[in-house]
Design a protein around this ligand. Sequence first.
Ligand SMILES: Nc1ncnc2c1ncn2[C@@H]1O[C@H](COP(=O)(O)OP(=O)(O)O)[C@@H](O)[C@H]1O
Ligand SMILES: [Mg+2]
Length: 236
Amino acid sequence: MSLLEIAQLTGGYGETDILNGIDLTVEQGEILTVAGTNGAGKSTLAKAVMGLLPRASGRIALDGTDILAEPVERRLALGIAYVPQVGNVFASLSVLENLQVVQGVRDAKARIAELLDAFPALSERRRARAGSLSGGERQQLAFARALMARPRLMILDEPTAALAPARVADSFERIRALPALGVSVLMVEQRARQALSVSDRGCILDGGKVAMLGAAAGLLADERAAALYLGRAGGA
Ligand SMILES: Nc1ncnc2c1ncn2[C@@H]1O[C@H](COP(=O)(O)OP(=O)(O)O)[C@@H](O)[C@H]1O
Ligand SMILES: [Mg+2]
């Protein structure tokens, strides 16, 4: 059974459908990249899975249980975490406080210790205000916050968008390490080639529909995908 199963997912913010019947799965232990041009509906899909889209119909199931009607808090409790592109840390709180304020975490102290071990840069700066962190450190803090609840599925929306170019490869390596921690990943990325290179599978959205879906290596080698969606190999 798939960890996440999305079937005929349709929905939007108002009366207009932005998602137009999406079928997609995320398997246990997998990293799946969602690529596509601006406005294709990638962020909207991410929000729908987390329960943040005002209107959605169809099926979203976690381990076979339909969660479409469940509120965000319930989806969090079931093991879904979401890291939006911006606004994902409290700038005025310290690194440690940002972890301490995450609600509903079992053995929170032990979990914070584990995560500070896993993110040495954060451990060093645990007393610093999050607002004083670099873009890369802030992103690590956002990841650590999302990992507090020991999620099984992490939804990442443009994880590298706010990073200095020199930090991008590191960030993709951190994402690549998530399945070994028991965390499967649904990642939306503009840097589609780099994202696919650390992914198992990829999906290309176009007009709120799945235009292409397959093994990441296959998409990277696909001429139509390159011409329409990925830019040429070696390009930015
Ligand atoms: N909060 C919102 N309210 C209304 N329309 C929105 C909102 N956010 C996004 N949209 C619209 O939904 C469409 C898809 O947006 P989005 O999912 O953000 O695309 P992507 O992430 O692929 O660039 C766009 O036409 C966008 O204008
Ligand atoms: Mg987006």
